[in-house]
Design a protein around this ligand. Sequence first.
Ligand code: GAR
Length: 204
Amino acid sequence: MKWAVLVGGTGSNLEAILSSGLDVRLVISHRAQVRALGVAAQHGVPTRVIVGRDYPDRADYDASLRGQLEEFDIERVAMAGFLRWLQPETIRVYQGQILNLHPSLLPAYPGLHAIEQAFEARVWWTGVTVHFVDEGHDTGPIVAQAPVPRMADDTLETLSDRIHRTEHALYPKVLHAVDRGAVWLQDHVVTYAKEDDAWIHGHF
Ligand code: GAR
């Protein structure tokens, strides 16, 4: 399967995905001059930058994005730090083929600054979620989650590091499972080839 990764920042998850050997054919960033673009270039993956201010109409932005995905024959999309909501037409065209990574245990702390929100709330546990993307905001069907403890002496930086390390371990595993058809979306429900809690929890 040919994948695109949508980015917008540091690209540490892109790095983990590329190192895992997933067949990534294209990286699209919504911001110019971000580290993620350098990571893609180091791995020899073509990059495109599509900046929001060039497209006042969100539908036009997404049409341009889909144009790039089509040009590279992309079948599946992994969002990794791409901080824009995809429009309904994009989600319709790539129904069940777009995944997103979020740095909290959804439905807790959707949207921006999820790690900061959990830190400020002094939760004992937060974590990482991978979900299929639907029309809502961080609401799509959940594929996998991993809990991360908030330690008494954590700073925002130490908690963020722990969350990012967990993301780097979880996201490539999930993407490979989707890639080989072990997990898919059917009628808005995440379906696993082995309907077995031990497998699902053990695997992810
Ligand atoms: C990751 O922590 C990811 O979970 C988050 O952006 C970061 C990107 O880091 N995504 C969201 O908050 C989506 N709502 P990276 O550029 O180093 O991979």
